[in-house]
Each structure stands twice: as C-alpha cells, then as structure tokens.
Design a protein. Structure first.
Ligand code: DGL
Length: 274
C-alpha cells in the first residue's frame, strides 16, 4: 500500500552515504530522511558478502519497523551485495541502490580511459563486472581498488598529509593517464579535490545524483511523495555509540561535497549545487 507519510531511510557503512543524502535533500526537499551510518562495521569494502548482507538486513529491518516508506542503499558495496536479495525479501518496499556512474561517464566522453575508484568488494562483484561490460565496450575501464580510503575518510580530518599520501599510493600512477574518474564509493566525493590534487583536473562522476533522481521518480510513480509543502527533516543515527560520531555526520552534511580547506562562505544547512 502506498504510504506518503513515512520517512525515507538512507544507510551506508558510515558517513559516506551523506554524499548521496546531499542530492536527496536537494531534489526532494519536502521529504523526511533518517540517515543510518553503520560506522561500527566500517569498512564494508573489506568484509565478506555474507557479513555485508547480514548488516544490511538488520538495518533495513530496523528502519522499516520505525516507519520507513522507502530505502536508499547509499553504499556501492552494499548495493552490489545486498540490493537484489533485499528486494526479493521485501517486494513491496521501494529499495534504491547506488552504483558506480559508468553510464554517465561513458556517455559524457566515449572512447576514453576511465578510472573507477571503488572498494575491493564492489569491483569484484558481478554487478560491477556487468556494468563494465555494458558501458565499457567503447572505453577503457581501469579498476582501482582503494583499500583503506573509505576507512580513512570515515575518521574525518580531511586535510591530513597522510590522506594525500594514501591517495597518491592508491592512484598516483594514473596521473596523466586517464581522461575521467568514477568515484565508485560514496565516501570518495568528500575528497574529490584531494583526488584531483593527485590526478589532475579531469571530470569526476559519482552515482549520487542519479540515485536521488531514481528515488524521486519511483516515489512519484507510486504516489508516495510527501504532499506537504513544509521543509522535510533529516535525522542522523549510527551503530557506533561513541561521542562525536553524530556531530561528525552533521559536519559532513553541512560542509557539502568536495571539501577543500580554503576561506569560504559559510554554507547553508542544505548544501548548494555540487
Ligand atoms: N561507502 C561505501 C561504498 O559506497 C563503502 C565504504 C566501505 O565501508 O568500505 O562502497
């Protein structure tokens, strides 16, 4: 049964999914959102598929019990592993996942070298191999498993020299050798500028915008969009019960995407265009 009143539950292995939440809030300003970060189990990208499916089931079950009318899996890794199983198990619940933005990248500039940065699990799963096969026939797809990067971003402190060094070690060898970059993990848009410092000024693509558009069209089609004119709300939850975790989520939400430490105007609570 269509329900316009519930909230949209959004989850990730941690704060990365907030990069998708940015797009959702901008495109669906009258919806209420609950964001759940599974920071206690971060990083998913280095767990087994069975573990990830177990976490995802638990989180979705809790969000639904609380009143979620739809779920956004704001995690490429969890989408590859769990989206199909969750849709089978909960056929009446709209579940939208995020996937590496190979389609927009190849459409933007075909016949080019596209670097896909993602977690080791995302790149190993059939879903990505299928995407690469579908959209990569005219382009060269270069896979860069970025072990440790999501985990490092999860800690905050995005100015650290160690973060620059990590990105350099993971992808520095591709400098000058790729034409565009797909950020295939929802944590990575927060360090887009730091990645550009290493790879140069190439176009970047991520799945956040497309995911938010898909959520909007699916809910509109099923008559499930909130009809209120009032601004929606955003609440943050975490599996990691440590001081400062929810403040960090809020900080990432407020700072917008592509953090760079330069003097900048104070941002509004709802971030502006990326
Ligand atoms: N943010 C997640 C993704 O989009 C996963 C990061 C992780 O926990 O490894 O893949």
């Amino acid at each position: 049964m269509a329900d316009k009143g519930g909230f949209i539950g959004v989850f990730d292995s941690g704060l990365g999914g907030i990069s998708v939440l940015h797009h959702l809030v901008r495109q669906l300003p009258h919806e209420d959102f609950v964001f759940f970060g599974d920071s206690a189990h971060n990083p998913y990208g280095e767990k087994t598929p069975e573990q990830i499916l177990g976490y995802a089931r638990q989180i979705v079950g809790d969000l639904v019990d609380e009143g979620a009318k739809a779920i956004v899996i704001a995690c490429n890794t969890a989408t590859s592993v769990a989206a199909a199983a969750l849709r089978d198990e909960l056929p009446s619940l709209p579940i939208v996942g995020v996937e590496p933005a190979l389609k927009p990248a190849t459409e933007h500039d075909p016949h080019r070298r596209i670097l896909v940065m993602a977690t080791p699990v995302t790149l190993r799963m059939d879903k990505f191999q299928h995407l690469a096969h579908t959209y990569g026939s005219d382009s060269e797809i270069i896979e860069a498993p970025c072990e440790g990067l999501a985990q490092r971003i999860e800690q905050g402190e995005l100015d650290g020299a160690d973060l620059h060094e990590l990105i350099e070690n993971l992808v520095g060898r591709y400098r000058g050798g790729v034409d565009s970059v797909v950020l295939g993990c929802t944590h990575y848009p927060f360090v887009r500028h730091q990645i550009a410092d290493v790879l140069g000024d190439v176009p970047f693509f991520d799945g956040g915008d497309g995911t938010a558009r898909r959520v909007g069209s699916l809910l509109a089609k099923d008559g499930m969009l909130n009809e209120s004119d009032a601004p929606g709300t955003v609440a943050f939850r975490s599996s990691l019960h440590e001081p400062g975790v929810l403040d960090r989520y809020q900080q990432f939400f407020e700072m917008g995407l592509g953090y760079r430490r330069v003097p900048q105007k104070k941002r509004a609570t709802v971030p502006g265009p990326v």
